[in-house]
Design a protein around this ligand. Structure first.
Ligand SMILES: N[C@@H](CCC[C@H](N)C(=O)O)C(=O)O
Length: 269
């Protein structure tokens, strides 16, 4: 499946009695065979409709995936005919709703903004980090930092299309200032309600879209006074819409989902 081009291999393991364990080497091998950004495994949950475990293409398990949550919710909606779904993840139970067309919204909860929550290696103002990176003479600096169940650094740039995003993203992901590594977003503000965004995902590289990255971009832009509380986010793979709700501080992510087909996997245990 994909969510605005963000590619997923979705495995239904609800029949299995034990939590899923898959060797990182096997995940990397699957990702080479069927290129995906994240592997999503559905398991039974005793407090939601389903539990979703998430691994990046490099084999590391992670806490959150906005587009993946929307994709899993869509799959469950098609299966059950329901229009609302509760998806349990390591980042908590997330509520998803079906929208007109093939769009799904998910409530990604309240962003965490303290430097310890990102996490960062040292105390810093997360509205504008005292951090810079440089590749081939191109310098980026002072990203906003947001944790959406996973860590994000969002750089605001003047000319996104001219930026060597992959090279810079790789550099930022592994900088020791981010002890758990980081997803690096590069945002150009078109106007306070429209942001162009490219994301280098931790453990997956440059992706056509990143859901939590879109949420982080809106939150970081709003905190910087660059955007309102909601915006259209134009990613390489499609359009996402994000609202940072004033009433309860929750971030709502909406966008398209597509099925791409089914494959047969060999048993992994
Ligand atoms: N594709 C995702 C984010 C997946 C996890 C991320 N790469 C991480 O390591 O935190 C999304 O749509 O949010």
């Amino acid at each position: 499946m994909n969510g605005a081009g963000n590619a997923f291999l979705l495995v239904d393991a609800r029949g299995n009695p034990a939590p899923t364990r898959i060797a990182a080497s096997r995940i990397r091998e699957w990702a080479r065979r069927w290129p995906f950004d994240q592997l999503l495994v559905l398991e039974t949950s005793d407090r939601a409709d389903v539990f979703m475990r998430i691994w990046n293409a490099d084999g590391d398990e992670v806490g959150a995936c906005g587009n993946g949550t929307r994709a899993a919710a869509w799959q469950m909606m098609v299966e059950t005919g329901r229009h609302e779904m509760a998806i349990d993840t390591r980042a908590g139970v997330l509520l998803a709703g079906r929208k007109p067309g093939r769009e799904v919204s998910v409530d990604m909860g309240v962003p965490r903004l303290d430097w310890r929550d990102i996490p960062l290696a040292r105390p810093m103002d997360t509205i504008s980090l005292d951090f810079r990176a440089e590749v081939d003479g191109v310098r980026i600096e002072n990203p906003g930092a947001v944790n959406m169940g996973n860590p994000h650094a969002v750089f605001f740039v003047r000319d996104l299309e001219a930026l060597p995003v992959a090279a810079l993203g790789r550099e930022v992901e592994f900088d020791p200032v981010f002890p758990e590594r980081v997803n690096a977003g590069f945002a150009q503000i078109h106007d306070p309600e429209h942001i162009r965004l490219r994301v280098w995902e931790r453990g997956a590289g440059l992706t056509p879209a990143c859901g939590t990255g879109a949420c982080a971009a809106l939150v970081a832009a709003h905190r910087r006074g660059l955007a309102g509380r909601s915006a259209r986010i134009s990613a390489d793979g499609g359009e996402l819409f994000v609202e940072w709700r004033e009433s309860d501080g929750h971030v709502i992510l909406t966008g398209p989902v597509e099925d791409e087909g089914e494959i047969e996997l060999e048993p992994w245990h």
